[in-house]
Design a binder for this molecule. Structure first.
Ligand code: SF4
Ligand code: SF4
Ligand code: SF4
Length: 321
């Protein structure tokens, strides 16, 4: 039987921290079978080719679209790719890069680069975009940064001509903590801010103990290392699939509904009451650390992400973030 031909692979970095790129590189070194399956034809960090070829089997894109040149590169990637895979929370949902839009760009430049006079601002777009919002993508590997084993799983499936599996499970599926009924009234006093201290029961769900945990709204796969280590999930994995695809679902609504149910309240009416308390205690921005600039969330009917963006901090306040 003829040996299966290698597929071609390209990696296209847009505006990101490089963390996803390192994880893809780790996947290729931890799982050497990937090197038997793929010829790397473009990857600025790894091979010398300077131009993305016109036709590539699998193109992975990292980072958000922040610069004009990102749009051009993303267009080239889409046209070249048989399968376009966006990798990481920035490429999937705008990621942590989207937080930049909470502040005026001029203020960001001053705070980050300590420059009074800005250079080349015409290169910077008015807002951050998720690549997945600008071109059709074939697969999303979310998480900040994504795990090498997930990257491997997607690349092996694509090589074998199979569809990588999707999941609707959340971080709670891998968390060892048990949800318990909430016996006290749900009011502002019930919710705690800051990191949980030693008084917290290590076997009980954070939500049952009054700490905000985004596990029920976050896609499964990380193994819940944070909740195991005593820190509530802050959602770096990206949203659970059904929250992303269902227009009537949204991150704070899901969390509020679960808390209401744990407290024996009506999930819908009680959930709305809990939601109002959560907004007061934590603020809506807390729910969108990795998704603020995703069109998926900007276009949700209740418009929470848009409300957060409309708070856009004014001159001077960026220093206190
Ligand atoms: S998803 Fe995370 S690791 Fe990847 S580029 Fe964005 S910030 Fe960096
Ligand atoms: S809400 Fe958080 S602490 Fe509770 S089960 Fe889910 S991931 Fe674990
Ligand atoms: S538990 Fe939550 S915050 Fe921690 S790695 Fe998993 S998804 Fe990210």
């Amino acid at each position: 039987m003829a040996e299966k031909r290698k597929l071609t692979f390209a990696f296209v970095p847009l505006t990101g921290c490089g963390g996803c790129e390192v994880q893809v590189l780790r996947a290729f070194t931890l799982y050497p079978e990937l090197q038997e399956m793929y010829d790397i034809v473009y990857w600025p960090f790894v091979v010398e080719e300077e131009e993305l070829p016109e036709h590539v089997d699998v193109v992975m894109v990292e980072g958000a679209v922040r610069m004009k040149k990102d749009i051009e590169m993303l267009r080239k990637a889409r046209f070249a790719a048989k399968y376009l895979v966006v990798v990481g929370s920035c490429a999937s949902f705008g990621g942590i890069n989207g937080q930049a839009d909470y502040f005026p760009t001029v203020e960001n430049m001053k705070v980050v680069y300590r420059r009074e006079k800005l250079e080349k601002t015409e290169e910077i777009l008015e807002r951050v975009y998720s690549p997945a919002d600008l071109v059709p993508v074939d697969y999303i590997i979310t998480r900040c940064p994504p795990l090498p084993e997930t990257i491997r799983m997607v690349l092996v499936n694509l090589y074998e001509g199979k569809k990588p599996p999707a999941t609707v499970e959340t971080v709670c599926a891998q968390c060892p903590r048990k949800m318990k009924p909430i016996e006290q009234p749900i009011d502002e006093k019930f919710f705690k801010k800051g990191l949980p201290g030693p008084d917290v029961d290590p076997n009980t769900c954070f939500l049952s103990q009054g700490y905000l945990c985004l596990g029920p709204a976050t896609i499964v796969g990380c193994g819940a290392p944070c909740t195991r280590a005593g820190i509530p999930c802050f959602g770096c994995g990206g949203p659970a699939a059904d929250i992303a695809v269902r227009r009537d679902e949204d991150i704070p609504v899901v969390i509020a509904r679960i808390i209401a149910t744990l407290a024996g309240m009506d999930p819908i009416e009680g959930g709305e009451k809990v939601l109002e308390i959560l907004k007061k205690v934590y603020g809506l921005r807390r729910f969108y650390t990795f998704t603020l600039e995703s069109e998926v969330f900007r276009r949700k009917p209740r418009g929470f992400a848009i409300q957060v963006l409309s708070e856009k901090r004014v001159k001077g306040e960026a220093k206190s973030r």
